[in-house]
Design a protein around this ligand. Sequence first.
Ligand SMILES: Cc1cc2nc3c(=O)[nH]c(=O)nc-3n(C[C@H](O)[C@H](O)[C@H](O)COP(=O)(O)OP(=O)(O)OC[C@H]3O[C@@H](n4cnc5c(N)ncnc54)[C@H](O)[C@@H]3O)c2cc1C
Length: 272
Amino acid sequence: MKQALATVISNEKILGELERPHARAISGSWIIWLRCPEIAAEAKSGQFVMARCGEECTLPRPFSIHRVNDRGDIALFFIVWEDGKGTNWLLQRNQSDSVEIFGPLGNGFSIKPASRNLLLVAGGIGIAPLLFLTDLALNQRYSVTLLYGTENASRYPESLLPPRIRLVSVTEDGAIGEKGRVTDTLPKYADWADQIFACGPTAMYLDMARRKKELGLEGKPVQISLEMRMGCGHGVCYACTVRTKEGLKQVCKDGPVFDLDDIIWDELSLNT
Ligand SMILES: Cc1cc2nc3c(=O)[nH]c(=O)nc-3n(C[C@H](O)[C@H](O)[C@H](O)COP(=O)(O)OP(=O)(O)OC[C@H]3O[C@@H](n4cnc5c(N)ncnc54)[C@H](O)[C@@H]3O)c2cc1C
């Protein structure tokens, strides 16, 4: 793990606000590029960094490494909560400002050498760590299919996706692509996949765990990236402890990537 005073290369709003009558309001989504060669050189897809977000935030905030380039920059793709202190601070950073970050943290995704076809399942902001995985996998000549589900047409711009990816769009209101939930498309693609990588809300994982057979996931290696509230990011505070079949694990240190089968979902669903 490295500490860095990263320089902001760019910080752009890419999605507008989202009104959600029954949930926390979102002011928009941004992509911030940060120059931090020490962290970029070590980063693996699925890992995250902790960002110190100004004096009003006592705790640093976790963000997945969204992309890495060969100039030593990392990108974070982040949702700004209308009432979120940390994300509102981050959106106000301008080019040449500094942001204190530390990382890379966590275990990251792992691609088996024998795999050829990788199926990625993104729910909403869950696309954040999966694009780093996509970039790496396509460079290494894997075939990548991305199932990307959102509530409506407010979604990650297709123009920013790597051209060689096979994209299957799903929206709950049917505005773009197939209508429904992203997990509903799994039966069509799971058979093709040697490995499945998913990132999305806990409800998406619960659905995958509970309807494993129906969705075609039985016997498939499925890695999921778990998001839990965390304090320190490196295994000291135990705020992000989760129960697995192998005992208690810390999402920040032992995860955030776990096998779908390892998490005791019923217990997690009671607590989230
Ligand atoms: C491993 C990991 C990777 C993440 N990657 C991304 C990403 O790529 N893009 C993105 O938009 N968001 C990501 N998140 C969620 C992001 O950390 C929160 O949205 C952010 O911390 C909210 O901060 P805030 O001060 O604006 O909101 P507040 O609600 O004011 O934050 C208060 C506290 O809660 C914690 N917190 C709030 N929401 C979450 C959450 N969902 N998960 C974990 N901690 C939370 C914060 O760290 C902080 O300590 C990730 C979370 C984790 C655990």
